[in-house]
Design a protein around this ligand. Sequence first.
Ligand SMILES: C[S@@+](CC[C@H](N)C(=O)[O-])C[C@H]1O[C@@H](n2cnc3c(N)ncnc32)[C@H](O)[C@@H]1O
Length: 392
Amino acid sequence: MTHAHFPPLSAEQQAASTHLQQHIINEIQRQNGAIPFIDFMNLALYAPKVGYYTGGAHKIGQSGDFITAPTLTPLFAQTLATQLIELLPQTAGYLYEFGAGTGALAADLLNALSEHPSFHQYIIIELSAELAQRQQQHIAQHAPKMLNKVSWQHTLPENFDGIIIGNEVLDAMPIERICLQPNGALERVYVGYENQQFTYKNQALSDKNLFQAALNYFPKAHDIDAPYISELHPTQYAFINTLAQKLTRGAMLFIDYGFDQHEYYHPQRQDGTLIGHHAHHSIHNPFFRLGLTDLTAHVNFSDIAAAACDKNALDLIGYTTQANFLFNLGLLENLANAHNQTDTTDYIQAAHAIQILTAPHEMGELFKVIAFGKNINIDWQGFARGCICHKL
Ligand SMILES: C[S@@+](CC[C@H](N)C(=O)[O-])C[C@H]1O[C@@H](n2cnc3c(N)ncnc32)[C@H](O)[C@@H]1O
């Protein structure tokens, strides 16, 4: 891929990227020449002030690097709100959003929940100070009357009684890259820096937990004929484990792209799912424009379910495609109600957004919704049809 397609960097962007690069090189040197890929990705995304999410990159939306569902249309949040309204009365009324991005989902949900008596407080837990500031501005502009119902926290509360939601949060967590050789040897991928460039360095996989997870999930060596590289998700597992331990009553609902374990670790998916996004291009080189390129990997929903249900005995409420979830909750009816079809421009724009959210070749099938519950009993309209829990 040539760099000619990409917008030139401003002096400020170049300086931020160089700063992050030097920060990572220092870390590699401090650790005798190589750091695990997961540490590299953590720094690339979250190094204080200069990581992709913690720095000044514009990130999400048309003028950023990628689009997310809440930034496409408020109908996404309005439809999700139907599920939350079903749930809220059985909880203490607290809604926790992890990784709220631009604040679009928060503002639209707040408007949709404004009249609801069981809704008390919207709490955003965000790692990026830069994004938290943008969220505050967005909510002040688009849901001004509800701003007093919102607070930002950096740490997790002792206990949750309410609903936890996260859209595209799990995919933004750093992953381990593991390589399976055709002779059965398992290697952990490290990042080094040689001859003025970042390079991969593999080392025998000695960590017992990672080794066990690779044995569980990766294909058998006899089913591959070349080195097979894929991801393991210990950060996501630990995140869900912590939330599940803290949930006293209520539900957790995550929307993201990914697969069940069988589809994820298909023998033909030889290079895993790690990908970068920059200026609406997919980037296959994770070292490209560091700090200005998003890095992400798909979610292994079987692993998420293992952390919530096998480890913490939460109830698996549902697992389905984003299209099924939104249709079950009345997305099309919401479109019809929100837009007077004689106002064609508005209607066509909204219908186009809905097509992106639900078409099988867009976000409709790759994106899944998974929900877990504890001490609640409702019908869960979002999973009424098309549940694929058996795949997990
Ligand atoms: C791909 S963006 C999605 C943003 C937004 N939810 C949306 O849909 O537009 C990922 C977000 O997750 C946040 N994030 C990642 N790990 C997190 C964690 N452990 N706790 C809270 N936020 C996290 C990032 O800072 C970022 O805001």
